[in-house]
Ligand binder design. Structure first.
Ligand SMILES: [Zn+2]
Length: 311
């Protein structure tokens, strides 16, 4: 009896409460893992599988650029064992919440750790006679690393290592799940290299500045109307996109499904070209947020639409 008690104390470490085994895994005390926005939720769910309970802090329909914290968020962070973020300033609301939650045991996984980053443009890109900060809302580093499948795989591996550190009891599960998902990301990358190879050096146009990592990976150039989704384009921004379309013979502008930027769509009409879609996955449906494979589905659709815009 004494041996059993000592053994159980050893296994449980300093955890005070012993929860009943989870019916799905037979494991007691599945860790509560919080994520921030959609791609981070998908990557974390892919790695966690049945080893951890994953909950998104940001509702799938809300984007991270303009997220306003809600009263329950502090409590959610207080009750979590792990918090997974994209990093690179994408979740600028987060530090204050974590501080307010006062959860010293919380492990924060910054999935951007070690990833080669690209800087945002330093100079305003257009003429702004009113002198307002053109790139307002953007940090010095572009945060949209998840749209490059190779960097996405690095994020998945960082999430894997963080979850193993926080919950070594399920290490084999985290390793197995992560390997399956990074395998799929590598297949995506190989397929995209083939599909996009004929268009190397070509330019495409998106609404906000989300595509530099994707473009760099496949030897493409990208132009955008605005820095962040909430920004209104200046006349100079519009003129820049018009010039790009005229100089490149683009057949379509790539709008965002949830953004539907009116001036961007009107511009395509004025230029007599089509509107297509490149989904940066900053938002999505609640249902998609539960299925890690939806990352690959959306990215494949993005590349198919992009190829059509080039042709
Ligand atoms: Zn963005």
């Amino acid at each position: 009896m004494a041996v059993a008690a000592a053994l159980s104390a050893l296994l449980l470490g300093c955890r005070a409460a012993v929860e009943p085994p989870d019916p799905r895994t037979g494991r007691p005390d599945r860790p509560q893992v919080l994520t921030t926005f959609l791609p981070i939720t998908l990557f974390t769910r892919a790695v966690a599988g049945d080893c951890a309970e994953v909950t998104a802090l940001i509702p799938a329909a809300s984007g991270p650029h303009d997220f306003q914290a809600r009263p329950g968020d502090v409590a959610a962070i207080r009750n979590a064992r792990v918090l997974v973020k994209n990093g690179l300033g994408m979740e600028s609301f987060l530090d204050k919440l974590v501080e307010a939650a006062g959860n010293p045991a919380l492990k924060v996984i910054d999935s951007s750790r070690g990833i080669a980053t690209l800087e945002n443009p330093q100079e305003p890109r257009g003429d702004h006679p009113d002198g307002h900060d053109h790139d307002q809302g953007q940090g010095p580093i572009n945060p949209h690393i998840w749209l490059d499948p190779v960097r996405a795989a690095q994020q998945v591996e960082t999430i894997r290592d963080g979850l193993i550190a926080a919950d070594p009891a399920c290490a084999d599960g985290y390793r197995r799940h992560a390997a399956a998902f990074t395998g799929e990301l590598r297949r995506l990358n190989t397929d995209f290299e083939k599909q996009l190879a004929p268009f190397r050096g070509k330019t495409f146009v998106v609404v906000h500045d989300f595509a530099p990592y994707f473009a760099e990976r496949y030897g493409l150039r990208v132009q955008y109307l605005v820095g962040v989704p909430e920004q209104n384009p200046s006349p100079a921004d519009l003129a820049r996109v018009v010039d790009t379309v005229k100089n490149t013979q683009l057949k379509a502008l790539l709008t965002e499904p949830q953004q539907g930027n009116r001036s961007f769509n009107a511009l395509a009409g004025d230029l007599g070209i089509r509107i297509s879609v490149f989904d940066p996955m900053e938002t999505g449906t609640e249902r998609a947020s539960r299925i890690p494979a939806s990352y690959g589905e959306v990215m494949r659709r993005n590349v198919t639409d992009l190829v059509r815009a080039f042709r």
